[in-house]
Design a binder for this molecule. Sequence first.
Ligand code: PGA
Length: 254
Amino acid sequence: MRVPLIAGNWKMNTTLSEATELVSRILRELDEIGNVDKVLCPPFISLAAVRELIKGSSIKLGAQNLYFEETGAYTGEISSLMLADLCEFVIIGHSERRQYFNETGGIVNKKVVAALKSGLKPILCVGEKLEENEAGRTHEVVTEQLKSSLASINNINGLTIAYEPVWAIGTGRAATGEQANQTISLIRRNVSELYGEETAQDLRILYGGSVTADNATEFMQQPEIDGALVGGASLKADQFLSIVRQTSEIKQAR
Ligand code: PGA
């Protein structure tokens, strides 16, 4: 039985004081919601402060990116070694990183390797663009991304995958629960071919892209969807709490 996971990806939002204020507002209620792993992914500069605030709670911490080298002359970068000291999860290969920072499958692969090596739990994002979706290439694109991201990795213990169709991110145009469920089940089949059925059944696969309190139920009712990577709605205390609460209730009732 997979424990659902809801991760809030705050992206490049919140100053240090806004981040701590947001955490303070959701802390108690979020802590009390059971049967879901709750992960907050604030910007790097707020990780240490958020870590202090959530200490002793059931809330977990994640980063939004890392650089694949461990130490050295890489001005401005943050490594897995630094993060492993601070948080448990790290988002890797988000489509915004692929699109704006030219992250290729090869780079994403190196980042996943670095994360796993240092004991971080990667949340690996895959997803097709609008034109690829419209051309009926979703399965092909997602399979290719998965294979290149996981190339030469023999053990994916600790990994979570997030299926995020690029056309649904930040657009208010979410996929349907059924569409997402179908692609996620394809991802699980791919993982089964690569790593065996047991690993595939244990792997958590999230949906991401315009998840809100209004559509969370539709996604969480799908059997293959194990949670969500939430962007915009994770910055709104009430929305995020509601998404986590709905997930807990629906997945518990299964
Ligand atoms: P969104 O972002 O919920 O704002 O669409 C999701 C994501 O990018 O992870």
